[in-house]
Design a protein around this ligand. Sequence first.
Ligand code: NAP
Length: 298
Amino acid sequence: MKTVISTSQGIRIGTADEPTPAPGEALVAVRAFSVNRGELALLRSRTSNWRPGQDVAGVVLEAAADGSGPAPGTRVTALVEEAGWAERVAVPTDRLAELPERVGTEQGAALPLAGLTALRSLRLGGNLLGRRVLITGASGGVGRFQVELAAAAGALVTAAASRGQGLRALGAQDVVPDPEAATGLFDLVVESVGGTSLASALRRTAPGATIVLLGTSSGEKTPIDVYDFIGHEGARIVSYLSYAHPRPPADDLRTLTEMVAADRLHPMLGLVEDWTKLNDALAALRGRRIDGKAVLTL
Ligand SMILES: NC(=O)c1ccc[n+]([C@@H]2O[C@H](COP(=O)([O-])OP(=O)(O)OC[C@H]3O[C@@H](n4cnc5c(N)ncnc54)[C@H](OP(=O)(O)O)[C@@H]3O)[C@@H](O)[C@H]2O)c1
């Protein structure tokens, strides 16, 4: 079968053996996949015929042999560890969710890592009803989902992004170019840019607030010390790393698909192209030219 392969010469579509599913895995024919910023770094570092790809959507070809998961013919979305950018992939059934009829396959492919990260990072802030939430990197894949989910949870959302189009429509009350421009203090900050963005965000936290650190899109380090917490006493920094989440993706993935089906969550597909255009899509993501998610179709 055809698959994306990462080599020292870059990425290309090559061939690999068909997957052999374990008893708890379904065989899925991939129809679409999406790319995540974290994968840009992985592609640079894993170049010895590595097979990338975490977010996939497609159709179950063979149900899991242990009887778990959906029947053949079911459309699904899934978060796999790797090797998802391929014609077929074996997926543990606790890492997939059925796609409701109203949810397109491309929309489904946009959901897994970004949607789960948004949902689970916001939960670290507790009950968001009436809380002031600052979201950085808000125009990106994770950020757009965070804005809409936080607003749905009753938060008063300030979105920080240099490309802020459409964020008010997702529920942001205020859109600022960076956290420095935000007004007031926040009960929750979800921070994915790092460097000056994180340093500014820290100055916007209310005493006792939570700052969830989930990314460093800028690649910048942030020197901070205890005196940065004067005026923000008791604020706590919590890390979010998706691979360490204690629960498998299936249940939260189902929540996300149902919200899309109910018109309560709207994946923004900033780019949809055939997977032969993957290199162009990766360049656009690297260059910050994608609003929301980049999806490749097979
Ligand atoms: N911890 C985890 O488990 C986890 C899971 C998923 C993602 N992440 C991380 O979360 C971050 C967001 O991921 P994503 O897939 O949503 O990425 P994305 O779609 O590329 O979004 C990143 C956003 O950050 C903003 N940004 C500001 N300064 C930037 C800079 N110097 N370089 C690049 N972007 C910059 C951009 O918005 P503007 O251009 O509008 O300012 C961009 O829309 C990444 O750092 C990623 O590694 C972490």
